[in-house]
Write a protein that binds this ligand. Structure first.
Ligand SMILES: Cc1cc2nc3c(=O)[nH]c(=O)nc-3n(C[C@H](O)[C@H](O)[C@H](O)COP(=O)(O)OP(=O)(O)OC[C@H]3O[C@@H](n4cnc5c(N)ncnc54)[C@H](O)[C@@H]3O)c2cc1C
Length: 684
């Protein structure tokens, strides 16, 4: 990268978010158990204001729909608060030789467990998603001909990634929110959805906690609507070792509780990143491509060049550190043949020895004993040529970083960490849920009138190219709006029509009882997080998953017997979030246990270790017996595991579904298919 003036770099990481947004007005109160509840209504309620929710909101409003966005935190969640060296938006490649939509669809779904039509929709939809973001003011980098600049990212051999720097998703949130303000979309900020109310098998109301509302002591209010769009992100709070920003609970648990079906809950992403208690950030891309020295330190301050125990030569070690840049998520297949996922495993074992792990940008990788010292000229060919092409051959990692991506330094500096002066502590953390609520091609869930988009929806398979998460949120945010607008007249109803005072009374009784509860919210939350990280992390012992599931069920029964303690009405939102965390955790464990019990092997983000495993990774000449693992059964790629909660029996039902592998495009022609578009048949 050419020398970029400080002020330009600064402006890419320091910008003001828009506001204020217009607040939605209440339309009355209702009463239950002598307690009043403020009420609101709208045609379509979007829950969540990340990039996906805001996309849905502006697309709905442009189509004349009476839409309201309710959100716990206007600029909370992963879109507004996370990033990496350069955050990636994965779309169809527009530079150089162009792209092929069907090829892209096959690439998106190549890890398996993903319908090809979903992948194709994301592929063709990406064109509109990125060009409309440009139209709204997102400054995606271009060449002199107007083509968007591209690079290769995880699970992407074609190079379809683009970026406007480390805060790409925050910038997306910014331009979408600016558009929402221009369009006068009303918001209910500081409102956490806690219970979906249904009528005749369709979503028709939502109970929210709005601490600003003093109508009742809990801040409970009711929103009625005709359609609900869940855009509440992923459940990052589920894991102790997590790179999500704080307070990412998602409403997946709330939806499960309402009986909404979920899919692919077995599939996630884990990777190296700085920890949540410092500044959660992905250490992908250039952070790794400059090859910092990775080491660990024990309690006494002794330093270990631990990667030298895994790679056979200094060249192999350094080249694999480099590859972590674009092979960022842990991937079971990359454990073999001294692949780049051995780095994650090595960090895992250092943690188990109670050592802290760091990367130091002022030092090159230390040599593997009995091999040559690090030499920038002696790297694998792909590594060496990438560095050469990108002016990244300076002597030290920090100088290579300054040359290739100075923003990466600026970013940590803006959070009080100077990586030019001090090493960076990091870990392998949970980063993304690929699965989520099951949706059809228009974002509809199994509950009538309820849609799910963004990370709440389970639109990804076992793997996803880096940047596909943001793209999927934009594509399905648009598609659900199209579907809602197309069905508005044929599917008119008026939110809740039945008397719901009984249901509200039950909730009030539960909260009154909770004041006498004995289980601490803090303790239950940290127990769930520890269980998820220890028993369903990226290194999974087959028998420990069953143990984890047993403990999750035990927690359910404890919650019944002893009840979660509501210390004060101010804790009402977290009370519900914690209960829903318990349910989501049980759902993930149930799905994973089902997968493993049925012989499921290592794939995507998890290595499934078991005595009957057939593969053992090699590390610098020795075998890692502890990591004996089950290999992936390729047949499993052709089906998904879906799961549905029954609140009467309090059990999950697990089902397998075949993946749709046929893309029917040969019969689509203009005259033949135009009619279906004009009559709205395409939405059926
Ligand atoms: C460190 C990191 C780096 C990443 N890098 C990339 C990348 O480079 N490319 C990529 O494609 N993806 C990346 N991802 C994933 C991607 O950022 C997320 O999947 C995406 O931003 C999710 O967007 P969303 O709109 O679905 O949810 P979010 O942006 O998380 O927004 C959720 C919204 O819902 C609100 N909310 C939650 N629960 C409730 C509730 N019950 N009631 C009311 N409101 C609620 C929140 O306040 C928030 O406003 C990364 C993730 C992390 C953690």
């Amino acid at each position: 990268m050419n020398q970029i003036p400080e002020d330009i770099l600064h402006s890419m990481t320091h910008f003001k978010m828009p506001g204020p947004v217009c607040q939605h007005k209440e339309n009355g109160t209702i009463e239950a158990n002598e307690t009043k509840f403020t009420t609101y209504s709208c045609d379509t309620l979007v829950l969540g204001s990340g990039a996906a929710g805001l996309r849905a909101a502006v697309e709905l409003k442009r189509r004349g729909i009476d839409v309201v966005v309710a959100t716990s935190c206007l600029f909370g969640g992963t879109s507004a608060c996370s990033g990496s060296d350069k955050q990636t938006l994965h779309t169809v490649g527009t530079s150089n030789r162009g792209d092929d939509f069907t090829k892209m669809a096959h690439d998106i779904s190549s890890g398996g467990c993903m319908d090809i039509d979903t992948a194709y929709i994301e592929s063709v939809g990406s064109l509109y998603s990125f060009s409309s973001l440009q139209y709204l003011g997102l400054l995606l980098p271009q060449d002199t001909y107007g083509a968007v600049l591209r690079y290769k990212t995880d699970h992407d051999e074609a190079g379809r990634a683009t970026s406007c720097g480390p805060l790409t998703s925050r910038l997306m949130t910014k331009v979408l929110c600016e558009e929402a303000i221009r369009l006068d979309v009303p918001f209910l900020t500081g409102c956490t959805g806690v219970k979906i109310l249904t009528e005749d098998g369709r979503a028709s109301g939502l109970l929210v906690v709005n601490p600003k509302d003093k109508t009742n002591q809990y801040g409970l209010s009711l929103i009625t609507f005709n359609r609900l769009v869940l855009a509440t992100g992923g459940p990052g709070e589920l894991y102790r070792d997590s790179v999500y920003p704080k307070a990412c609970f998602s409403a997946i648990g709330m939806a499960l509780d309402a009986g909404v079906r979920a899919v692919n809950l077995t599939e996630s992403q884990f990777g190296i990143s700085t920890n949540r208690d410092q500044f959660p950030w992905n250490l992908s891309g250039t952070y790794m491509q400059v090859m910092p020295y990775i080491y660990s330190v024990n309690e006494d301050g002794d330093e270990y060049n631990f990667l030298a125990e895994y790679y056979r030569t200094t060249r192999e070690l350094a080249s694999n550190v480099f590859r972590k840049g674009y092979q960022w998520p842990f991937q079971a297949q990359r454990l073999m043949n001294h692949g780049s996922s051995l780095v994650d495993i090595a960090v895992f074992f250092e943690n188990r020895k109670d050592r802290k792990v760091f990367m130091d940008f002022k030092r090159n990788p230390e040599q593997v004993p009995e091999d040559k010292p690090f030499n920038i000229e002696d790297l694998d060919e792909d590594v060496r040529s990438y560095l050469k092409n990108n002016d990244g051959l300076a002597a030290l990692p920090i100088d290579r970083l300054r040359a290739m991506n100075p923003l990466a330094i600026e970013l940590y500096k803006s959070h009080g960490v100077d990586i030019t002066a001090e090493p960076l502590q990091f870990n392998v953390n949970n980063q993304h849920l690929n699965g989520g609520l099951e949706v059809d091609n228009w974002g509809r869930t199994s509950l009538k009138n309820c849609y799910a988009i963004g990370e709440t929806a389970g639109t990804h398979g076992v793997t996803r190219p880096g940047g596909a998460a943001l793209n999927a949120g934009q594509v399905f945010g648009t598609r659900c709006a199209q579907h809602i607008a197309a069905n508005i007249s044929s599917d008119k109803n008026s939110g809740l029509t039945e008397d719901i005072s009984g249901e509200l009374s039950n909730i009030l009784q539960e909260l009154e009882k909770a004041a006498e509860g004995s289980l601490s919210i803090k303790k239950v939350r940290s127990d769930i997080q520890a269980r998820m990280s220890d028993k369903t992390g990226f290194v999974c012992q087959a028998d420990e998953v069953a143990e984890g599931l047993f403990e999750a069920k035990q927690l359910k029964s404890d919650l019944h017997k002893h009840q979660l303690k509501l210390e004060s009405p101010a804790e009402t939102a977290i009370y519900f979030q914690c209960t829903q965390m318990a349910l989501t955790s049980e759902a993930i464990l149930t799905a994973l246990d089902y997968y493993i019990e049925n012989g499921g092997g290592s794939r995507g983000a998890r290595v499934i270790c078991a005595e009957d495993g057939t593969a053992v990774p090699e590390a610098a000449g020795k075998t890692l017996d502890e990591l004996r693992f089950r290999e992936e059964d390729l047949e499993d790629r052709n089906k998904t595991i879906t799961i549905q909660y029954n609140s009467d029996t309090e059990n999950f039902q697990t089902t397998e579904k075949s993946v749709n592998a046929d893309l029917e495009l040969d019969n689509i022609f203009f005259e033949k298919n135009w009619g279906a578009y004009l009559t709205g048949d395409i939405y059926k």
